[in-house]
Ligand binder design. Structure first.
Ligand SMILES: Cc1cc2nc3c(=O)[nH]c(=O)nc-3n(C[C@H](O)[C@H](O)[C@H](O)COP(=O)(O)OP(=O)(O)OC[C@H]3O[C@@H](n4cnc5c(N)ncnc54)[C@H](O)[C@@H]3O)c2cc1C
Length: 459
């Protein structure tokens, strides 16, 4: 018999690791152990008014290759789809403004492009960037932008864009990890405006010019784990659900994974293990086999959030004239963003022409209080906020769905990369992957899963 490998966690990272192992051509027996009764983790579909739509992650960055390559390898590239032409908007001082073009995570490439959204005084401050000496070490994105371009740029542009990715706060999040080109400019003492301008020019004229920035699948991104699960079965990978991994110990040159309830622990030996679960359960699993890595992982905080999806009867109301909006924390609203799904995704509008779907997200890092209310109150709060932004005529929903994501997104605090150094020196045959390490986006997770699989193969 060949070598045995366990992949703990059946989110996109673990499934990508299993896919890489399954297609390696090596003589392997691969088993995925997933704690819940479904694979996919943060990729999830739910029934809203008779339609199956995404209630978790909904798109992938198409400027990175990993997700599109996986989709191609799975043979479903014909289902790849892109957002429609309507851009997003941003709420500022009670108004809704078109998202300025060519910003780099909110840093404008042209100060004039944000006039109106920012006051004349704020634009003036932004236009006169204060470049003071090279920054040593990591710094938060917000602190860097505050010092260089003024607090209004952080508050009204960078915060909402970063919150869209991390559900976190710009003044806590590592520049090195979240926007490495801005961190590099800080280290070299170069102006951020210059870097944003260069990025905008590269976007307009480079190899990716004119190509869509985001992609998804017809039927929803939540179909990706379903397709992967079928492909893994066809490749001989065993996916076991409702199996929670509780312990990990060394056994000669292999590993023993314990699963099952504490009253009936089941132990199974594998030659190698890929751990693809969030930081807290990974930390618990590594406690005895890699204590320094376990301690580092225990320090990673997560943001909880909820996605409230509404189905309205009838065609898209005129007021929904963008793909959605972002809300900076300076506004007195509870929701932090809304996506007009039927506008953003033409496939969805075509599949359900008589209905309009939109969703609102609630919850930022360390602001769990906004989520500590029953579902019907959460729905009321989200609907009230939507009416504040879109006007009181927004009709009552025909159906609503609330998806809570407790511990949904890891927070990359300043110093994240060096803090996680112990996770990069593990014993042979053990590898980690997932959103906690080097990117929360799906392409980054896929890359980390595949890299973890290759590392246990080569060892
Ligand atoms: C609401 C929301 C929207 C998002 N939108 C986007 C988006 O549009 N685009 C994008 O690129 N990214 C998005 N993200 C981020 C991205 O979806 C996630 O970072 C990514 O899916 C994480 O994948 P993962 O496999 O690392 O972890 P997870 O998805 O968390 O998967 C981990 C899996 O491990 C299982 N597990 C946990 N503990 C155990 C255990 N002890 N034993 C066995 N199994 C266990 C869990 O049940 C889960 O299935 C979003 C995130 C959230 C929360």
């Amino acid at each position: 018999m060949g070598r045995t490998v366990a992949v703990i966690g059946g989110g996109i990272s673990g499934l990508a690791a299993a896919w890489e192992l399954g297609r390696s051509g090596a003589d392997l027996s691969v088993t995925v152990l997933e704690g819940t009764d479904r694979v996919g983790g943060k990729l999830r579909l739910a029934d809203v008014d008779g339609a199956r739509i995404d209630v978790g992650a909904e798109s992938v960055l198409a400027r990175r290759p990993e997700a599109l390559t996986l989709i191609e390898q799975l043979g479903v590239e014909r289902l790849t789809t892109h957002p429609g032409p309507a851009g997003a908007s941003i709420v500022s001082r009670g108004g809704r403004w078109p998202m300025p073009r060519g910003t780099l995570m909110g840093v404008p490439s042209d100060p004039e492009s944000v006039r109106g959204l920012l006051t004349d005084e704020e634009v003036e401050r932004l236009a006169h960037e204060k470049v003071e000496g090279p920054v040593v070490g990591d710094v938060s994105v917000g602190d860097l932008v505050d010092a260089r371009l003024g607090r209004a740029v952080t508050d009204r542009l960078v915060e909402p864009l970063l919150a869209g990715v991390y559900a976190g706060h710009a003044r806590d999040i590592s520049a090195e990890q979240a926007v490495p080109v801005l961190a590099a400019a800080a280290h070299d003492g170069r102006p951020l405006l210059e870097v944003a301008r260069a990025a905008a020019e590269a976007g307009a004229k480079g190899v990716t010019a004119g190509r869509p920035v985001f992609a998804s699948l017809v039927g929803g991104l939540g179909t990706l784990p379903e397709v992967l699960e079928r492909a893994l079965a066809a490749a001989g990978v065993e996916v076991r659900k409702s199996v929670v991994a509780r312990g990990l110990r060394r056994d000669g040159d292999g590993w023993v994974v314990s699963t099952g309830p504490t009253t009936h622990v089941v132990e199974e030996r594998f030659d190698a293990v890929v751990v693809a679960v969030p930081a807290a359960p990974t930390s618990r699993l590594l406690r005895h086999v890699a204590p320094a890595a376990a301690a580092a992982l225990a320090s990673i905080e997560y943001a909880s959030m909820a996605i409230v999806t509404f189905a309205l009867e009838g065609p898209v109301p005129e007021v929904m004239d963008s793909s959605g909006f972002l809300v900076p924390p300076t506004e007195s609203l509870t929701i932090k963003a809304s996506t007009f799904s039927s506008v953003k995704w033409p496939w969805l509008a075509a599949a359900h022409p008589g209905r309009t779907f939109l969703r609102a997200s609630v919850g930022r890092h360390r602001e769990e209080s906004s989520l500590q209310r029953p579902d019907d109150e959460l729905v009321d709060v989200a609907l009230t906020d939507l009416r504040t932004v879109l006007g009181p005529d927004l009709p009552d929903p025909a159906d609503v769905h609330v998806q809570r994501w407790g511990g949904g997104l890891p927070q990359y605090a300043v110093g994240h990369r060096s803090r996680l150094a112990p996770t990069r020196g593990l014993p042979p045959g053990l590898a980690l992957c997932g959103a906690a390490y080097d990117g929360v986006g799906i392409p980054a997770c896929i890359a980390s899963g595949r890299a973890a699989a290759r590392s246990v193969l080569t060892r």
